[in-house]
Every structure is written in C-alpha cells, then in structure tokens.
Design a protein around this ligand. Structure first.
Ligand SMILES: Cc1cc2nc3c(=O)[nH]c(=O)nc-3n(C[C@H](O)[C@H](O)[C@H](O)COP(=O)(O)O)c2cc1C
Length: 248
C-alpha cells in the first residue's frame, strides 16, 4: 500500500492527492495529523504546495522523521513561480534528511497567496481548466514509472528555507471583522491550533504558518488581513472543501 501524505490549505494539493489515489492507489493522510514515519507503507507520495520557493512548515518538520529507506515520490504544486523550489526540496530531503527521494514532479495549479493582489477570475478559471490535464499527465508518467529528479542548481537555500521561520509574523495582521458569526470553523481548521476564542472574540496566537486556510475558508469572509476589505477568496472547486485536512 502506498502512503499519500499531503498538506493543503485551499484544496489544490488535496485534489492532486485524490487523483493519485484514484489512478495509482494508496491511503491519503493529512501531514499535520500524521505522526508516523512512513514505515507502514511500501512507498510514500508527498503532495505539497510550494511556499515562498520553499515548503510549508508541517512538510519541513515531517521530512527528518521519515523512514530513510522508503522510496519517496514528491509532487509539488504552486501558483505561478516555483523558481528552484524542486531542487531546494530535493537537497533538503536527500542531503540533510538522508531520504530516498526517487522522483519529483512540480505542477502549476492556482495561486492562493492572494493577500496583496487578486487573481482575475478569467485567469483563475483558465488555470483551473489547465491544471486538470497537467495533473493527469504527471500521474500517467508516475504510473509508467517515468521517474525524474531535479537538476542541481545554485539556490539560496538558507534564505528560502528560513522563510518558514518568519511566517508567524504574519499572524499579527489577521483578525476577524464584524462579519464573524463565531462558528469556530477557523479554530478547527488551523493546522497549528493558532486560533482560539478569547473573551468571545476570535484571537490569533504567534504560531501562524501562513497557510491562509482560515482566510480563504471562512464562510463569512470575516478573516481579514491588515483590516483590508478584500472579497477574493479561493478554494479548489473540484474537491469538497470539508475534506481538506482529512485522511481519505
Ligand atoms: C505562504 C504561501 C507562500 C506561497 N509561495 C508561493 C511561491 O513561492 N510560488 C508560487 O508559485 N506559489 C506560492 N504559493 C501558492 C501555492 O503554492 C499554491 O496556490 C498551491 O497550489 C496551494 O496549494 P493548496 O491549495 O493545496 O494549499 C504560496 C502560498 C502560500 C499560502
């Protein structure tokens, strides 16, 4: 049995994980809730977004504890600019964590880092349509054992991997505005339990990993960044939003 380990805040990675399961088979596990080493699986497939040319904190924290012998396939996905995030991941996984990474693919999906800009609807729809074919193509290659690895490159690895240690700073700039109905969804979906109800108010702590799950998935769009009244939110429309964060 293959273990499909994913991290996702707005569903793009879950969409890919589900496609992998459908076409290749396996068991889907949500990384923030997964405490294992992957030993129970014959092979691991890690599906992760690219964050700031690096990787989300839960993925960074997972790699060092994975079984060193287990063959690992990685599918990274991103919104627009991946730079050398593939080699950076490979270098960290292979050389620092001593993992047996056998194949890596990266696929362009839809941008969800939209705190500072809005993706035009037509462009988003175009990307959504394209990503279906892109994902199918990669899974087809995987099913035929067409394995590839990123080429060595000179990358400012310290800079990009260090980004994750600064994400918590962003947490200070989120708050719930008057649209908040105190449903508690943001509290439940935060992968690092950084959101709580204090004095009957949604409160953000100092452990934010900048995944933007609360921001995009609040049913009332009540979570705002720097008090801006932006309307744009994104969740991958090809999956059931309730499934993000679940094992399937
Ligand atoms: C904190 C953060 C940083 C990101 N950095 C990048 C980046 O460097 N390059 C890029 O192309 N997309 C970047 N993205 C966009 C995501 O990689 C992309 O939208 C991904 O498909 C989201 O996956 P998900 O829906 O599974 O969470 C970033 C998103 C977030 C939340």
């Amino acid at each position: 049995m293959k273990g499909i380990l994913y991290f996702s805040s707005t569903g793009n990675s879950l969409y890919i994980a589900k496609k992998v399961k459908e076409k290749i088979g396996g068991e889907i596990k949500y990384i923030p809730n997964y405490n294992g080493t992957g030993r129970e699986y014959e092979e691991l497939i890690i599906v992760t977004p690219i964050y700031s040319y690096g990787m989300p904190t839960p993925v960074y924290d997972l790699l060092p504890r994975l079984d060193k012998k287990k063959p690992i396939i990685v599918i990274q996905n991103y919104g627009g600019m991946a730079a050398r995030a593939d080699y950076l991941f490979f270098d960290y996984a292979k050389n620092t964590c001593k993992l047996n990474v056998v194949c890596m693919y990266k696929v362009k999906m839809v941008e969800n880092f939209t705190l500072y800009f809005t993706v035009p609807k037509y462009y988003q729809n175009m990307q959504l349509k394209k990503c279906v074919g892109r994902v199918d193509k990669i899974i087809d290659k995987l099913s035929k054992y067409e394995y590839v690895l990123p080429k060595k490159t000179k990358t400012r690895k310290e800079k990009y991997l260090k980004n994750k240690s600064n994400w918590h700073l962003i947490g200070r700039d989120f708050c719930a505005n008057s649209n908040c109905v105190k449903c508690g969804k943001c509290i439940n979906i935060c992968p690092v339990r950084n959101i709580s109800m204090k004095d009957d108010k949604i409160t953000f702590g100092d452990k934010c990993i900048a995944c933007l799950g609360c921001y995009h998935r609040c049913p009332k769009k009540a979570i705002v960044f720097k008090n801006k009244n932006k309307k744009f939110r994104y969740v991958n429309p090809y999956i059931d939003e309730q499934e993000i964060g679940k094992d399937l």
